[in-house]
Every structure is written in structure tokens, then in C-alpha cells.
Design a protein. Structure first.
Ligand code: NZQ
Ligand code: ZN
Length: 384
């Protein structure tokens, strides 16, 4: 196990009826900006619950933060928040609204064009305080300090982390997920699953607790995923799904272990270029990546095959391929297409994607061994 420091300051408030606790969680006297997306919260009662809990506060609203939130939209929020002397933010929504709010709170204290800290995240050091009411279990953004922002003009999608962008608290009421369409539920299951895989399916660092935590989340998601997506809303299923997604990316399973994240990095390019949903890109890229990198990941792939899919018979190659096929079938059974050709996308952009990584000088994967050539090979494996 590698050395590590763990600190996660986000307070989780979990369960039925917990949005009402906003009344006592936001410090008195704050000028609050409430950020949200395209309006789903107005149709499912979340907006009303938030407003009722905050009736004593002066609140400015900023709506219209889009899925894959953009720099262009968020800069409008920054301008409004500065004009209104806002000193506290409340994000009400999914990963996009929360990530967008992390950008806003960082930009509020940044001297210069905020896109600079997207290019060089070490420049993101300070932020105004914020909290969240999560409406879509998927990203883990409600309990981490990461954020992914797109720029429309250049078709870029980049991530940053700031030591000060952990939410002060996050409210997770599983009942607010009842209004989610199947597409977003499926996206959430896949995103959470792949987050665990990025931190687990690397090489062994003899981190037994983290491995068992990770396998626990993966097994929970394979057990409940289809029921969550295709069944009627049921409280305990949604509660387990919601907690799985938070635990998948709040630092618990990454203590002292190597991490990959190449599926995410390549997937972000597919969203930036083609507008595919984040989780859809992961379901496309990951099976191909696991095949291309199977020798480096051999030991963990065999452990994954055994402990998550109970594949213990046959040759090593056979078990590895079967585990990858089971993973892909799991995504497909949730209604997610796993091939680029199914989205009408061919190989035209592959060279420019590989070129982008080469220009940035990024070396992907847990061993930094995924070169632009391998990225092209992985993308070729995504076609059909
Ligand atoms: O905009 P509204 O009207 O709210 O509708 C949203 C949106 O259209 C809707 N929705 C959310 N909650 C709902 C609901 N509809 C009905 N009922 C509800 N309760 O769902 C749509 C998608 O929302 P979005 O926030 O975009 O989805 P998600 O949570 O999957 O977030 C995706 C974004 O997060 C980034 C992704 O790259 C993408 O930009 N990620 C953030 C991470 C992080 N911060 O740690 C890690 C992830 O790997 C990921 O990259
Ligand atoms: Zn993700």
C-alpha cells in the first residue's frame, strides 16, 4: 500500500425528508446563490422544498447550467454573483450543476481568466463556500473536490481539482431520484461502476481493504443496477444506489492505491467532439481499454473475474475475456449502447484525439504507459 493522506470534509446528510435541514445548515446572514439546471427541480418538488427551507435567506437564483456545463454559461453566473455580492452557493442538481458551481466558487476568487485554472489546475487554490442538494446519483461530485468543465468555442472538456471545492455539506434524499428518466439512471449506474474500476482495476498494491470496498460497490451495482433502471422506484434500492455512487468517488477506495482514469480522459474527448453522455463514453471506451491493456492489468482482471463475476474455470485468457464480456453485457442490459458505430460515429476523429493527448504531453493509465498510439488502438476497438 502506498503512503497516503486522507481528508474529506464534506458532511453527508442522507435520507428521506432531509432537504428541510437546509434551514439550519447554511450559516446565518449569508447571501446565497442557488444554482440549478434546466428545470427538472421545478417539476419534481425539489425546488419548492429548497425554497421553503431557505425562506429566511436572501437568495439569488442562477438556472440553466447545462449537462456538461460550459465555461460560457458559468461565466454569466460569476458576473451575476459578483454584482450581487454573493458569499455562499447552493448547487441543486446532478454532477453538472455541482461541477459548474465548483467552477463558479473558484472563479469568484481567481484573479485572471478562469479558463487558466482549467488548463493548469495547480492555479485553482481558493474558493467561496458552497453546499449541494444532489438529485442524480452518478458522479460523486457531492463528496469530492473534482469538477469537469467544457468550453464550447474550442470543443474542450477538462477537469480540475481545488483543495477548497469540497462541498461543506451535501443533502442526499433518495426520493428525489424517483423522477429520473431511465437514461439518467442507467448513466448513473455506469458512471459509478467505472469510477470504482478506475481505482481498482490497475495492478495490485496489496491494499486488501480498498479492494474489498471496491468489490463491494461493484457487486452492489451489478445486483441492483437493472432493478434501479427498469423497476418501479423503491426507496431502499435508490438509497443503496445513491450511497454506492457517492462511495465510488469520495476518496475512500483510492487510499494508497494506483489509479487509472484513462477511460475517463478518452471519454471526455468523445463528449467534447460528439456530445455523447459522459457515462455512454465510458461504456464504449472501457471494454476496449481493458482488452488492449489486459497484460498490464492481468492480475487484477483475474481477481475481478473471480470476485465480482464468479468466473473461476478455464484459462486465464478465457476468464479475462469473459469478465470483459460480462461487464459490457451489464451496461447493455441497462440500455446503454457500447459501440461508436451504434451512435453513427466512425474513425475520422481518432487521429486528432490521439494528437490532442500528444500535444498536452499527458501519459495515461496507472503506469503512464498509454501512448497516443495505444489510444488510437483503444478507439479502434470501440468502433463495432
Ligand atoms: O438540468 P436539469 O433540468 O436538472 O436535468 C438534468 C439533466 O438534464 C437531469 N436530472 C438531474 N436530476 C434529475 C434530473 N431529471 C429528473 N429528475 C431528477 N432528479 O439529468 C440530466 C443530466 O444531469 P447531469 O448533472 O448532467 O448528469 P450527471 O450527474 O451524470 O453529471 C454529468 C457531468 O459530471 C461530470 C461529467 O463529465 C458530466 O459533465 N463528472 C463529474 C465528476 C466529478 N465531479 O467528480 C466525475 C465524473 O467522472 C464526471 O466526469
Ligand atoms: Zn465519471
Amino acid at each position: 500500500m502506498y503512503n497516503f493522506i486522507f481528508k474529506n470534509p464534506t458532511k453527508l446528510i442522507f435520507g428521506k425528508g432531509t432537504i428541510a435541514s437546509l434551514t439550519t445548515e447554511i450559516p446565518d446572514g449569508k447571501r446565497v446563490m442557488m444554482t440549478y439546471g434546466g428545470g427538472s427541480i421545478k417539476n419534481n418538488g425539489v425546488y419548492d422544498q429548497v425554497k421553503a427551507a431557505l425562506h429566511n435567506y436572501s437568495i439569488i437564483e442562477f438556472s440553466g447550467i447545462e449537462p456538461n456545463p460550459t465555461y460560457e454559461t458559468l461565466m454569466q453566473a460569476v458576473a451575476l454573483a459578483k454584482e450581487q455580492n454573493i458569499d455562499y452557493f447552493l448547487a441543486v442538481g446532478g454532477g453538472s450543476v455541482i461541477d459548474g458551481t465548483k467552477f463558479i466558487v473558484t472563479a469568484m476568487l481567481y484573479d485572471g481568466d478562469p479558463w487558466e485554472f482549467m488548463i493548469d489546475p495547480s492555479k485553482a487554490k481558493h474558493a467561496l463556500p458552497f453546499a449541494t442538494v444532489l438529485t442524480l446519483p452518478a458522479t460523486g461530485s457531492e463528496m469530492n473536490n473534482g469538477s469537469v468543465i467544457s468550453k464550447k468555442t474550442t470543443h474542450e472538456k477538462l477537469a480540475f481539482m481545488n483543495p477548497e471545492t469540497y462541498p461543506q455539506f451535501s443533502i442526499l434524499d433518495p426520493e428525489v431520484t424517483y423522477s429520473l428518466p431511465k437514461r439518467q439512471l442507467a448513466n448513473g449506474v455506469v458512471d459509478a461502476y467505472v469510477h470504482v474500476m478506475e481505482q481498482y482495476l490497475t495492478f495490485s498494491s496489496d491494499s486488501m481493504i480498498q479492494d474489498r470496498f471496491a468489490e463491494g460497490i461493484l457487486s452492489t451495482l451489478t445486483e441492483i443496477g437493472e432493478k434501479v433502471v427498469n423497476g418501479q422506484p423503491e426507496y431502499d434500492l435508490r438509497a443503496n444506489f445513491m450511497l454506492s455512487a457517492t462511495m465510488a468517488l469520495n476518496g475512500f477506495i483510492s487510499m494508497g492505491v494506483p489509479q487509472d482514469w484513462a477511460t475517463h480522459m478518452i471519454g471526455h474527448e468523445l463528449t467534447a467532439l460528439y456530445g455523447l453522455d459522459h457515462a455512454v463514453t465510458l461504456a464504449i471506451v472501457q471494454p476496449s481499454l481493458l482488452r488492449v491493456m489486459r497484460n498490464e492489468k492481468r492480475e487484477k482482471l483475474l481477481q475481478y473475474a473471480d470476485r465480482v463475476w464468479h468466473l473461476t474455470q478455464g484459462s486465464e485468457e478465457g476468464r479475462i475475456e469473459a469478465a470483459i464480456q460480462k461487464t459490457e453485457a451489464f451496461y447493455r442490459n441497462l440500455g446503454i449502447k457500447t459501440k461508436l458505430s451504434e451512435h453513427g460515429i466512425d474513425n475520422k476523429s481518432f487521429d486528432s484525439i490521439a494528437e490532442r493527448f500528444a500535444i498536452r504531453g499527458w501519459k495515461l493509465g496507472e503506469k503512464q504507459s498509454i501512448t497516443p498510439e495505444l489510444i488510437r488502438e483503444i478507439l479502434n476497438g470501440c468502433l463495432a
